[in-house]
Design a protein around this ligand. Structure first.
Ligand SMILES: [Zn+2]
Length: 422
């Protein structure tokens, strides 16, 4: 037996199975003091100790499903507080200019920004992210990811469209070898592509059954431009290409109309809210109450960590609850767990047999008594373990896959490069 407890956390080699013992497991709204057995990355048993050799002693800790961040941008963290912007277009123009000035250093800066973002997300209990071109960094970190092939006509990203025939299939084939990453089609926004590209995305979506994500109706100006050019809303336009459906993740939806929302509801598409980013970019956030009333599958995500400033999904949830004047309760907590899991088509976000073993272990502060409210448990606890696919990537506060000082040093260097290019 390899004991893994607070005193002895040395052994790091985990096989294909793992058992969590003595923890308090949060199963939906209930808690149970039982053991949890994981095999080949999936929860296979919840109940008595099966005597597995690899154990984590979760005494005094709560075991919860990992959080899912269904929309972010890894490469943006490096810009945090280094550039000022009044809205989305100024933000995109400035970051695009900096990336052009960085030239051959772009890849280094992007990777350094990526690893720093991942370190911050893991610390916040996030076990899955969805972002453009994030597979390599996430694989190395042991984080589950939906890695987007990006479609955007910008200085930095235009080549992904121009060189599509060579690049796309390589991209898909590379991801196929990964256990933790899956591909997703990432259309930046309708404003940054033409109708040929929309046609192409539509074809790929249908042919390869790849999920699809887009910044939808993020700005008032952009939505008005689409209406002027196409004579319909962005939602209606995407729908005409067959892109509003169950595997579509529609991010922001700041200026979607009532008719658009009815269409989204009818087609069972998913909405992702990023309220802090909306506020900082001077956009409105759609009404959560309306989305919930319509029964639209809604999730909360951080967006990039330069337009938002915090990697915490809980902070984002707290902010949304405040502006919407809703209680932070277990049902709406689903916007960080089961709702994004459903949107991404993965069996995760809840602790149950057959689900992916993406878990977090929380140690509550002294004297804290769990009253059934999961968001409150988060506020009063520290995340000590993060487990993805049965492998601990954070183990008693220590990263098992990443060298924290190296990540920090590279990020500092990348920040210096960006600072000089501003
Ligand atoms: Zn975004």
């Amino acid at each position: 037996m390899v004991p893994l407890n607070h005193q002895n956390r040395k052994p790091m080699s985990f096989g294909d199975s793992l058992e969590l013992i003595n923890g308090t497991i949060v199963l939906n709204d209930k808690v149970d003091n039982c053991n949890l057995f994981i095999k080949n990355g999936v929860i296979t048993k919840i109940g008595v100790d099966v005597g597995e050799h690899n154990k984590i002693d979760a005494s005094g800790m709560f075991v919860l499903p990992g959080l899912i961040n269904s929309h972010t941008h890894l490469g943006e963290t490096v810009f945090k507080n280094l550039i000022s912007f009044k809205g989305l277009y100024e933000y995109i123009r400035k970051t695009d200019d900096i990336n052009t000035k960085l030239r051959s250093n772009t890849s280094f800066v992007r990777a350094a920004s990526g690893y720093k973002s991942i370190v911050d997300f893991i610390k916040e209990g996030i076990t899955t992210i969805c972002a453009a071109r994030c597979a390599t960094e996430c694989d190395n970190a042991g984080l589950r990811s939906f890695s987007g092939y990006i479609f955007m006509k910008s200085k930095k990203l235009q080549h992904f469209i121009d060189e599509f025939n060579e690049a796309f299939y390589d991209y898909i084939n590379n991801i196929k070898t990964s256990k933790l990453s899956k591909p997703i089609l990432f259309l930046h926004s309708i404003e940054y592509v033409d109708s040929d590209t929309l046609e192409l995305i539509s074809k790929l979506h249908k042919t390869y059954k790849l999920p699809f994500t887009v910044h939808l109706s993020e700005t008032k100006y952009g939505e008005a431009k689409v209406r002027k050019n196409f004579g319909c809303s962005s939602t209606e336009l995407l729908n005409s290409y067959g892109l509003i459906n169950e595997s579509a993740l529609l991010v922001h939806c700041c200026y979607t109309s009532e008719t658009d929302l009815q269409l989204i509801k009818k087609k069972k598409a998913n909405v992702i809210l990023c309220p802090t980013s909306n506020k900082r970019l001077n956009n409105r956030t759609p009404s959560l109450k309306t989305l919930l009333k319509l029964g639209i599958n809604t999730s909360i995500a951080t967006d990039g960590l330069a337009t938002n400033l915090s990697p915490s999904l809980l902070a984002e949830y707290k902010y949304l609850a405040k502006i919407e004047n809703i209680n932070m309760e277990n049902k709406s907590f689903a916007m960080l767990t089961t709702n994004p899991a459903k949107a991404l088509g993965i069996k995760a976000g809840a602790i149950q047999k057959g689900n992916l073993s993406d878990l977090i272990l929380l140690q509550p502060e002294k004297g804290y008594k769990f009253n059934g409210n999961i968001p409150s448990l988060f506020w009063h606890s520290k995340i000590k373990y993060v487990i993805v696919g049965g492998k601990p990537i954070l183990l008693m506060d220590k990263y098992t896959t990443l060298n924290l000082s190296e990540v920090k040093a590279k990020f500092d260097l990348a920040r210096t490069m960006v600072f000089k290019a501003v």
